[in-house]
Design a binder for this molecule. Sequence first.
Ligand SMILES: [Zn+2]
Length: 349
Amino acid sequence: MPLPKIAALLCILIALPAFYGQGIQSLDSRAPRTAPLLPELQREIRADMAFLADDELHGRGSATRDEHIAALFAASQFQSLGLEPGGDNGTFLQKTLLPNPLPADIKQRLSKFEDTPRRETWNAIAILRGTTSPNEVILLTAHLDHLGISPAVNGDTIYNGADDDASGTTAVLALAHIFATGRHPSRTIVFALFGSEEIGGFGNRAFLAHPPVPLTSIITDLEFEMIGRPDPAVPAGTLWLTGFNRTNLGPELTRHGAHLVNDPHFGQHFFRRSDNYALALQGIIAQTISSFGLHKDYHQPSDKLRTIDFTHMTNAISSMVAPINWLSNTTWKPQWYLGRKPWHQAIIK
Ligand SMILES: [Zn+2]
């Protein structure tokens, strides 16, 4: 067994009983915490993925009823965990209208999609209030939407988006479950799932315009994007972090057990290609965790459940529990390296 796998196993064995086992095994808090934990986590991951990537959700098209249903699914889970609502009017949902008229390039792109009227998009947001430093916030994010019903490829019109980004959404839901049912952290954790990332980040713009916590209180945002399959470009059992050499977050999380390496696909500019970027442009340390290996199913109807490597995905999510737990309980704050903020255009690998 190669070293990263041993490390992963140790990390999981140490971390999961403390965070995952407390609430999930039994409603009886006196029940012994001896059930097999990774299979339990994998079962939950499979269940969430099976719903989000099902054909009946029609690929969760941006700003469609299907995206709204995905947001409701997440909101319902947040509510059942006893989290605090972070959306509109005491709910877990945040609704925002799309611009009218839509920018020409987006209108042109949507014209190839199904003709459902697109007027609004939905976020699902929940808050786990910190015990001793509630005004310091760790933000965990992903996007709910994908390309919906779009032009047929080999007769298939449903762009399920299992990897992109049902996998990230599932990661945020699993982490919400783990942290809500474990010992509550000293810092606040906000779980936010954005709508309409694929057509220009309208969900996260709404979040920035109406944040559930002051933006200045956000210590860091970790976006989860496409973690459903391993990336052959990085060592087995690792994930990559965009903007790895822009801040000291990646190295510090790695020191606390994360299996994170630099994004190997520098030419793809992934740091700028997800919801994290709009937050980073506000000065927030906001970076994306992924294991996207540039597979050919990206933005195709073939990004389906059958391509997901659930062992990889379960290990990926569980490997982030201990580092996020550390980050949620420390007073340490990440910093941008000198000259490496998002608006510094110098080439930063
Ligand atoms: Zn995505």
